[in-house]
Each structure stands twice: as C-alpha cells, then as structure tokens.
Ligand binder design. Structure first.
Ligand code: PHE
Length: 342
C-alpha cells in the first residue's frame, strides 16, 4: 500500500506539471483528491488493516494528500496568473490614446429664436398657445374676412388636404388661431401663437414651403393703434437692439382695419442701403393691424365695446438678419455643418 501511495504521488505530480488550463486543474483535483481517488480509497480501507500498518499507511496517506493539496493551490496560482497575463496582452488598452469627443446636441436656431420671441412677449403679459397645422377653410379664410373667390386668397398659395372632407388645408398663416382663441375666450385677451405655416410655392433663397410665424392678438376695451405701435416697437428693440428704428406703414389684410406693415432699419447697413435690404435701408418683419370689426362681430364681441390689435411675425427672417444667412432653405436641410454653428 505504501508503494501504491508512492506511485500515485509521483503520477499525480507528473500530470499536474503538464496542466496549463484552469478547467484541467479541476479534473485533476477530482481524479487525485476526490471521493473516488486512490488516496481517499486508501484512507477508507484503513480500518481493515492491522494496527501497526494502519498507523504507517494512514500517516503516509495523509502526507500525500496534503502534499497534493498544497501543490494544487500553488499550481492554480501560476495557471491563473499566466492566463491573466495573456488575457491582458490580448485586450491591451492604450491609455495614452486621446479620448473620443462626445458630441452634445443643441437646439435648432429657429427653436432658439422662438424661445427669445416668446420670452419677450411673456414678459409683457402675453400667454403662449399653439394650434393645429391642418386647418379648416373656415378658420384660415372665411372667418378672417376672406370668403371663397375673394381676391385676397391669391395672397396665400394654399396646400389643400385631399380627403373625403372638403375644406381642409395646411394653414397658410397662424391667423386662424385668432379666431379659435376668440371663440373660446372673452376679452381681455393677450396671446401669442408660434407655429409652422405652409405655402404652395417654388422654394428659393427667400421662400420655403414650410416656415414659422408668431401670431399675436390683444383684445380689450380701449385698445388703439397706439397700443399696437408701442408693443411692437418695444418688441423690435428688445429683440434686435435698443438702437433699432421701427417703421410703420399702411398695408392691407382683409381681417384688420387699418392694416400696417412693420419694418426695422437694416442690421447690416444701419439703414444706409445694401444688398441685404434691397438697397432700401428697411427690412419688413411683421404684418399687423387693428382687428376688423366684422371679425369681432362674427365672434359675438361688440366692436363698440371692445377693440384689438393683431400681428404676424415671420421667424426665419430674424436669424437670417442676425447671422447674415442668405438662404432660408439652410434651416430645413439638416446639414450639421450649418446647424452646429448655433
Ligand atoms: N397673417 C398675415 C400673413 O401671413 C400677417 C398678419 C397677421 C397681418 C395679423 C395682420 C394681422 O401675411
């Protein structure tokens, strides 16, 4: 039996020396130290041996067992270390490489401009509302004093919605929201409505088929053209500079009387005349006017008691003027080289 143990010891150590994989180590442990291993069997059979021999064999078997156990622990450490080193070498990280830049998003220049515009009007007591892009003929035209066959419909090249229901269109301006607000609310009213509008037109550097407007509406007792002028004058200067000059001239829109167009002196030439302003020195940014009595009457607001002003502002104009952007189409062509500048 002592010989058997000796042989086992030698064989086990020989096999262990050739192992290089962690999985094989476990198999080796089961084979030489497990419940069915030679050493365990020897230890189990001790009871059948005469006392003298039992002592010797028992002592030797325990020696072999603990020797194998400690060699296993040693070997395990070595195998794991070798494995770790080769793993580290394969997945080598070059910590001296420069990091990859993280690109952060930003809001669109039009979104930024809308935010500024809304902030200015909010500070003057206006509430912000939004309305539907798909409108009814009634709100876009009829209720705004533009009945069917009215020549003013030619001012708005309209995109009609092709569906079972007649009279639906993509709103050509934000003015239909004047009607929706006055239907639902009684004066005093002070609101602005930012939103997209659509025109059926060939696009070029100054025309897009989709663009933004901000509508404004104020209705109360004793509202006069002076209120319109004061509000828009203040707005233009807060948005585009305290030194701006603001010009009001007569214009025509069927839903206001009188109607005005509002222009500011050109930012590029300060009114001297340049390519940007078509050598006029002025840039038109708003259509406005006093709400037409017929419009008020249709909404059960008595024009003898209440009056109001309304305006519509073209939004793209503003960043185009400020940053010298010469083509409106850049805003909606999703070119990151352009958008990243803002
Ligand atoms: N809705 C007009 C346009 O798009 C602008 C406007 C709004 C004019 C309100 C007067 C009053 O041209």
């Amino acid at each position: 039996m002592l010989e058997q143990l000796q042989e086992l010891h030698v064989q086990a150590l020989d096999e262990l020396s050739r192992i290089s994989e962690p999985d094989e180590l476990e198999l080796w442990r089961v084979r030489y130290l497990g419940r069915k291993s030679g050493v365990t069997q020897v230890l189990r059979s001790l009871a059948t041996l005469p006392l003298e021999e039992r002592r010797k064999v028992g002592a030797r078997a325990n020696e072999v067992k603990s020797a194998l156990e400690s060699r296993l622990i040693e070997k395990k450490r070595i195998v794991e270390e070798v494995h770790l080193i080769s793993a580290l070498e394969q997945k080598r990280l070059d910590v001296t490489l420069p990091g990859r830049p993280v690109s952060t998003g930003r809001s669109h220049p039009i979104t930024q401009t809308l935010g500024e515009i809304c902030d200015i009007f909010k500070s003057m007591g206006f509430q912000v509302f939004e309305g539907p892009d798909v409108e009814w003929d009634y709100y876009n035209f009829e209720a705004l004093n533009i009945p069917r066959y009215h020549p003013a419909r030619d001012m708005f090249a309209t995109l009609w919605i092709d569906s079972e229901m007649e009279g639906r269109l993509l709103r050509t301006h934000t003015s239909p929201m004047q009607i929706r607000i006055m239907e639902k609310t009684r004066p005093p009213i002070r609101v602005i409505i930012p939103g997209r509008v659509y025109r059926y037109e060939a696009t070029d550097a100054t025309h897009e088929s989709m663009f933004y407007q901000v509508e404004g509406l104020a209705v109360d007792e004793n509202i006069t053209l002076a209120d319109l002028k004061g509000t828009l004058f203040e707005f233009c200067r807060r948005l585009l500079g305290q030194e701006r000059r603001v010009r009001f001239r007569c214009d025509y829109f069927p839903f206001v009387e009188p109607g005005v167009e509002v222009a500011i002196d050109c930012l590029a030439c300060n009114g001297g005349g340049c390519r940007l302003c078509g050598y006029t020195g002025w840039i038109e940014i708003l259509g406005a006017g006093m709400v037409h009595p017929d419009v008020l009457r249709k909404l059960d607001i008595d024009p003898e008691v209440h009056s109001g002003f309304a305006f519509g502002l073209g939004v793209e104009r503003i960043p185009m003027l400020r940053y010298g952007i010469e083509d409106i189409r850049l805003f909606y062509s999703n070119d990151l080289r352009f958008l990243k500048q803002f």
